[in-house]
Design a binder for this molecule. Structure first.
Ligand SMILES: [Cu+2]
Length: 100
């Protein structure tokens, strides 16, 4: 699984993923659909080519810098249950600091 599955970061942040398992995972940018509420497995995936890293084993890392605000979904191409989102906000105001 991706932990955390949803993360909010300010624009310009470099996010690093680390594989903590002895099996291969990918960090693949793209949209996914049809996540089953019970199993968490997606039925569709649409890579967008922004990044697609293969982390072949424990300790492998991948970093990507998010330069534009927005909501970025990504998944592991190998495991249908690994689906996650990074929200990039315009400044350092994260969800913690948000006020209404
Ligand atoms: Cu995986």
């Amino acid at each position: 699984m991706f932990n955390p599955s949803t993360t909010t970061v300010p624009v310009g942040t470099t996010v690093t993923w680390r594989n903590d398992e002895p099996i291969t995972h990918t960090v693949t940018s793209g949209r996914y659909e049809g996540v089953d509420k019970t199993t968490g497995l997606r039925s569709e995936q649409y890579p967008d080519g922004a990044f697609n890293a293969k982390l072949q084993g424990k300790g492998k890392t991948f970093s990507f810098t998010f330069t534009k605000p927005g909501s970025y979904t990504y998944y592991c191409d190998i495991h249908q249950g690994m689906n996650a989102t990074i929200v990039v906000v315009a400044d350092s105001t994260s969800t913690e600091g948000a006020q209404k």
